[in-house]
Design a protein around this ligand. Structure first.
Ligand code: MG
Length: 366
């Protein structure tokens, strides 16, 4: 028996946030709780899994996923994954259905670990106990002072040696400001950190190459989504012409997406809250490994820690400002990335987090 329950919470940002192709003032977290039969002694652990997406995701969990796993064994996560995946065929796996599948799969893995009384990272097995992170924010909506304070906080106060800012503002229409903000970022961090940039698909192919040429003195190490993720040949073209590593993959909702993309990037991004959960994250990392690539985990930092500890070819995890803040508000047991890496839970059952229902109630929308 498996019972899936779902709730959604909308949390306002702490300042206006925007990247090259989107602006937002709040973020919605959809939380899945998974329960099985009581284990010995009558305790009934609850597995937690979440994704960041529209509240409509909750309806997919309730209407499509919960019924098809109800009679399954909670310890057979692959059987549940297969049933859920089959059920969303006509709804369309990429998008909202993929978000729901991902959150449910993560909740089932957490449930299994809690039922066994072991940390999730122990259940999966680890290759590392600290996960390297890069700090991520630097929104195009920030003024110079706010960007400076954020980057200085990460590098000088927290000792994180990799930071990322957003560029490609207004779909590439603000190239001069992009370059000025990159130069300002380098001035803030000096040589104490690597500089990463993310255009969120805001540029066209040759524009992306020109921007990197103009930024040649800034030693940019990571160029994320220089062009649309749908322009695979464009990603490959930029990759071959800039020294920064080109990365993409955050909109990968299934394994075939990753398989198509690995020939065009230097580092494959995977998001466990979108790709199909921990079950598919492990397979996606294997596909990247077969292509000779590292993977980088995208956003939702605490949802990634256990699986990031389990994947040999993981380069780093995105310590995304918005999600770090939200997870700290809504969960007890969150960790810091001081020094540039985050510790993996190896003591508490499951992911080692508890949801703060009372604190979360004011954000609840479903
Ligand atoms: Mg990105």
């Amino acid at each position: 028996m498996i019972r899936l329950e779902v709730a959604a919470y909308r949390i306002p940002t702490d300042a206006a946030e925007a990247d090259g192709t989107l602006a937002w003032s709040s973020t919605t977290l959809v939380l899945v709780r998974a329960r099985g039969e009581p284990v010995d002694g009558g305790t009934s652990p609850v597995g937690l899994g979440w994704t960041y997406g529209p509240a409509a995701t909750a309806g997919v969990v309730t209407d499509l996923l919960a019924p098809v796993v109800a009679d399954l064994d909670p310890d057979d996560v692959p059987a549940a994954w297969q049933a859920m995946c089959a059920r969303v065929r006509n709804a369309g796996r990429p998008g909202v259905a993929g978000l729901a599948l991902s959150a449910a799969d993560c909740a089932l893995w957490d449930l299994k670990a809690r039922r066994l009384g072991v940390p999730l990272a122990r259940l999966l097995g680890t290759v590392r106990r600290q996960v390297p992170v890069y700090a991520s924010g630097g929104f195009t909506s920030y003024d110079a002072e706010r960007q400076h304070r954020q980057l200085a906080g990460w590098v000088r106060e927290q000792g994180i040696p990799r930071v990322k800012i957003k560029i490609g503002e207004s779909r590439g229409a603000a190239e001069a400001r992009d370059l000025a903000r990159m130069a300002a970022a380098r001035a803030t961090i000096g040589d104490a950190a690597e500089l990463f940039v993310d255009a969120n698909g805001g540029y066209r192919r040759k524009q992306a190459i020109r921007v990197m040429q103009a930024a040649a003195g800034l030693d940019v190490r990571w160029f994320e989504e220089p062009v649309s993720s749908d322009d695979l040949e464009g990603l490959g073209l930029v990759r071959d012409r800039v020294s920064a590593d080109v990365a993409a993959g955050e909109y990968g909702y299934d394994l075939a997406y990753v398989h198509r993309m690995v020939r065009y990037v230097d580092c494959q991004q995977i998001d466990v809250t979108r790709c199909g959960g921990i079950s598919e994250f492990l397979r996606a990392a294997a596909v990247a490994e077969a292509a000779g690539l590292d993977v980088s985990a995208h956003c939702a930092p605490h949802q990634h820690l256990a699986v990031a500890a389990a994947v040999p070819n993981l380069r780093h995890l995105e310590w995304f400002h918005d999600h770090v803040r939200i997870e700290g508000l809504l969960f007890a047991g969150t960790v810091s990335a001081t020094g540039g890496s985050a510790p993996v839970n190896l003591t508490e059952p499951g992911i080692g987090l508890a949801f703060r229902d009372t604190d979360a109630e004011r954000f609840r929308i479903r």
